[in-house]
Design a protein around this ligand. Structure first.
Ligand code: SF4
Length: 504
């Protein structure tokens, strides 16, 4: 099966000019870089610019006032990171799939006199690999250790390794510096994090990485609401791993957000539907979409992964509870578990269509270094290679049990092809006729318009193009809320107008 077309700007990092002569480093200037990573040609290219990650803006927020800090995300397609003025310190996030690019950037800046600090999940799981590429490693919670690193650089006492604990109260972290973000480049700049961690510990999840001791923590509801208000945008995305791990907290957060009259989406687990009154509370607070990791429709796979979740037989009725409250569902599915047979692809997409999920994402099972899954695959001799560039959940990097790696990759591609087909989009249309036209508009713009996403990104048009759609969604949702409030006595929720989904 041939890969779909992908523009060069989305598959190759911008070229670093090795001959470039830069000015001397300016003291007390820092540059934070999110390196380029190649995009999956099967998925929507738009998903990378919906909302920024908070990792670097949070570190920027922890920068002492006498330092000048800049932010650069290579995935916004504006070329290589800036070098004038030349920064004294460069902080680079390192994740598995773009570790190679991070090391290239590190070498380029170090060769010209900058001190390079590497942090991020890959540094935590593979510190020996990252160390030769950096002047110092930041392992663990970055916002805590960044001021220490800058102080030590000031004193000429930089240490090779710094460690931050995820056990320090989360509320103590400074607010992220959203003012550094190019607002036009994102659908919304209001990424929020209210909680950290998850009540689950699935064996394949990065949260199960050795050394990542991350207890579930919640920030004060008032802090989160204030950040939402301060960014003055109608739509926010909660980037928490699982906003619903503590239902009592989620309920109070919803009650605090409700008066703002805004809309938002979040990742939760399907057990959030254990209590339909909580789902109602989410809808009344402006939740228009949830991202749910169903992972698999096989209970045996879920048991192997150690995921505590309701039975897959209940999934459909639970999706119905969310739909009845006007909340769209973007489901995430992992392919290639040991109980998956070659029919898993068709069965999964058929189910998605029957349950009328507005959106879905697929991932080939990928054993991340340091996780229980990685250890068991390695012990079983099933890992095919350690080319981290291909650990992007779009490639089979291990030997599946009931099919070949090629069959797994072909099945994965087929799932996306089928999901984004006209037929599938139509089959998954909302039950409420009023919602059908906006749903189709959103589906076609988001999922079938990959040919023009890179132009939107390059010309910083993502925000301006999406903002009117987001605002009209917000207004429609407010009308739906009024109907929902009015029927409190009838116990019979009506279906909402189409809303921005968790993935959009
Ligand atoms: S439920 Fe999701 S976030 Fe939580 S451990 Fe499992 S995969 Fe990770």
């Amino acid at each position: 099966m041939s890969s779909p077309w992908i523009p060069r700007a989305l598959r190759e990092a911008p070229v670093l000019d090795l001959a470039r002569v830069t000015p001397a480093a300016r003291p007390k200037t820092a540059l934070l870089i999110n390196p380029f990573y190649p995009k999956d040609p099967h998925a929507s290219f738009g998903k990378h610019v919906l909302t920024p990650s908070l990792a670097l803006t949070s570190i920027a927020g922890a920068t002492p006032e006498d330092w000048d800090v800049r932010y650069w995300d290579e995935n916004l397609l504006q070329g290589t990171p800036p070098c004038e003025p030349f920064p004294q310190v460069v902080g680079i996030t390192v994740h598995l799939t773009f570790a190679q690019r991070a090391y290239e950037l590190a070498a380029w800046y170090r060769a010209r006199g900058a001190k390079v600090i590497l942090g991020g999940l890959h540094v935590l799981s593979c510190p020996e690999e990252a160390a030769p590429h950096a002047d110092a490693l930041a392992i663990g919670e970055g916002a805590q250790i960044w001021p220490r690193i800058l102080r030590d650089i000031d004193r000429g006492e930089l240490q090779p390794t710094y460690r931050g604990s995820y056990r320090v109260p989360y509320r103590n972290d400074p607010a992220p510096r959203r003012d550094l973000l190019p607002r036009r480049s994102f659908l919304t700049t209001t990424s929020l994090i209210a909680t950290r961690g998850c009540h689950n510990r699935c064996g394949f999840c990065y949260l199960a990485t050795d050394g990542l001791a991350m207890p579930y923590q919640m920030r004060d509801v008032e802090q989160v609401v204030e950040e939402f208000r301060a960014d003055r945008q109608p739509y926010a995305v909660f980037t928490d791993n699982n906003l619903g791990s503590r239902p009592d907290y989620l309920r109070s957060l919803c009650q605090a957000i409700r008066p703002l009259g805004v809309i938002w989406s979040a990742a939760v687990t399907i057990d959030v539907t254990d209590d339909p009154s909580l789902v109602r509370e989410m809808a009344l607070a402006g939740c228009t979409g949830v991202f749910i990791g169903f992972e698999s429709l096989s209970g045996a796979n879920l048991d192997d992964a150690g995921k505590k979740t309701p039975s897959p037989a209940e999934y459909k009725s639970r999706v119905g509870i969310l739909h009845d409250n006007g909340i769209q569902v973007n489901g995430s599915f992992v392919l290639g578990f040991d109980h998956d047979q070659p029919d898993v692809f068709a069965r999964t997409v058929n189910w998605i269509e029957e349950a009328r999920l507005e959106c879905a994402t697929f991932h080939i099972l990928t054993p991340y270094p340091g996780t229980p899954l990685f250890r068991s695959m390695e012990a079983g001799g099933r890992m095919l290679h350690k080319n981290w560039n291909l650990y992007d959940t779009a490639h089979a990097v291990f030997q599946p049990k009931n099919m070949t790696p090629e069959e797994l990759e072909a099945g994965y591609s087929w799932c996306y092809e089928r999901l984004f087909s006209h037929t599938s989009i139509w089959r998954r249309r909302p039950a409420d006729w009023r919602a059908v036209v906006p749903y189709l508009a959103m589906s076609y713009l988001y999922k079938r318009s990959n040919w023009f996403w890179h132009l939107l990104i390059q010309h910083r048009l993502t925000g301006p193009v999406w903002r009117p759609i987001v605002e009209s969604t917000r207004r429609r949702h407010l009308r739906f809320r009024r109907r929902l409030e009015a029927q409190t006595d009838s116990h019979e929720p009506k279906r909402a107008g189409t809303v921005v989904s968790a993935g959009v």
